[in-house]
Write a protein that binds this ligand. Sequence first.
Ligand code: HPA
Length: 254
Amino acid sequence: MVTSPKTAIILGTGLGQLASEITESYEFPYSDIPNFPVSTVEGHAGKLIFGRLGGKDIMAMEGRFHYYEGYSMKEVTFPIRVMYELGIETLFVSNASGGMNPDFKIGDIMIITDHINNFPEHPLRGKNFPTGPRFPDMHEAYDKGLVSMADKIAAEKHIRVMHGVYMGVQGPTFETPSEYRMYHRMGADAVGMSTVPEVIVARHCGIKVFGVSVITDLGIENAAVEVSHEEVQQAANRAQPLMTAIMREMISRS
Ligand code: HPA
């Protein structure tokens, strides 16, 4: 049994399939872990998986906690605190997002190069935990070395990857056309309802982060069409094998 993984994965939308590739796995339902919140969203199971992937010991979170579900930011980011206590050094995250960059197409994979925190509550608000400073630097929230590695792997495998800035918002509504336009003008290439809180806490804990976003719908002027949870899931399922291939290889090389 695996006792000390250095790598953790949040199996967000588009990466769920990776769970089935974890070998020698040992699973803990969230409901069995003290203080762990329990996931409520359809399509998000809830367990911590320990095992091996790409030749490495890893731990994975199947099912994450979203602010829109009603959890506090402390609850949303509690699993990251657990990862830190377990000795995790690198975190891989994925999510689904709405693309606002006119170069993006549905099903594109966007490597997250930076984020804009637009959540109404900050995950580090309150007493500072001694894992990091009161005022943490955020110049390189997403590790540049891991971004280069992903680019290299994508090129080797002939997978189209985009780069972009992810805007984290509370949801649960998708954006109005005017909101998409505003977020794009603010500097974001994609918008979604997760990831930013977990990344902030991971960085505060000194954990390196790599993030990818699957573009499941478009909030591009004149291209915007109605978006539903089902369409988001379908687009993510199509991108899934490519995202999985990149992540598996990154884990084995890092
Ligand atoms: N907006 C916010 N969150 C999302 C979107 C979107 O367009 N698509 C998937 N998650």
